[in-house]
Design a protein around this ligand. Sequence first.
Ligand SMILES: [Zn+2]
Length: 339
Amino acid sequence: MTGDNDEKYIDGNGAILLGNHVACDRYDTSRRVAVFTHFHKDHLKGFDNSLGRCEAVIVSRPTRDILVAVKGKYLLEYSNLIALDFNQRFRFEDEHITLFPVQHILGAAQVLVETADGTKMLYTGEFLWPNTTAVKADIVVIDATYGNPSSIRTVSRESLERRFLNIVSTTLKRRPVHIFTERGKAQELMNLLYSNGIHVPILCGREDDTALAKIYENHGFPVGEYLFIEDNKAIEILKSGQPHLLIQHVGNPVISYEPYKYLRIKVSAWDTPEPFYEKSRDSFVIAMSSHADFCDLLLYLAYSDPRLVVTDNYRDGDAIALAEHTRRRLGKEAIAQPM
Ligand SMILES: [Zn+2]
């Protein structure tokens, strides 16, 4: 029987359990179907186990393409790896599984399971709001990354993007720009720059970043000209000093090519003292999170209008506070799991 507060919706290993068959974002021994919402590492644990043991491992098409690019073509030999289109209903025995797109990174999905008795159970995964459509459901398991009332954006994402674009375009007239960020966000920024008329070669510090850029392009997100930093053409660009951008992952060793004095911009998640600040004369930090903040999470729940909310107490965030404020502000049943 679903809908009962005593049910287990998130197990001790962080698997989100929907209906009788589905585990999301972790392998669970009792489940025959695994769904992975997006390609961030903390949501992919147990992927290989699932592939070896589940009857179906479901991801969105872009996520499948990214996984193949990052993990290898051997994945295509697994007939149980299923790339679903968004909004496509997949039947497994007496239940139906549908992925709906969310704004987070390419391919990110929320997962709806409709059980045999008609109960709609949804896992939001990680998402950015607005630009994500809330799905109506009876039971919603929600990400609680920014579930604390102290996690409210003071500057809009659009405003941060404008400031980022301004500083990059102004700087490129005088010198190159070196961006530090994460996998996925790098390609998002490349698309943002290209869509806003900033067309200079982008040199990627890692070869797999160029593979990911290609997938973004294939799925309708043009990223302009990009090269692996060790390619001959990239080396020529570095030597000539023509306007260009370097993109590297945070934490990788810094590539520094004198005599250029790069302007360095770190584009991080939401762990900075201010959303946009000058760290030193040649270095800026921008906190461009791809997650809903506290108010956004409550807005999602208001639109989805479930009878029961389960906040994710396994992953980072504040599931206890989000459950409490869901009860208090929305008047809905809400529990945090696992406890
Ligand atoms: Zn994520």
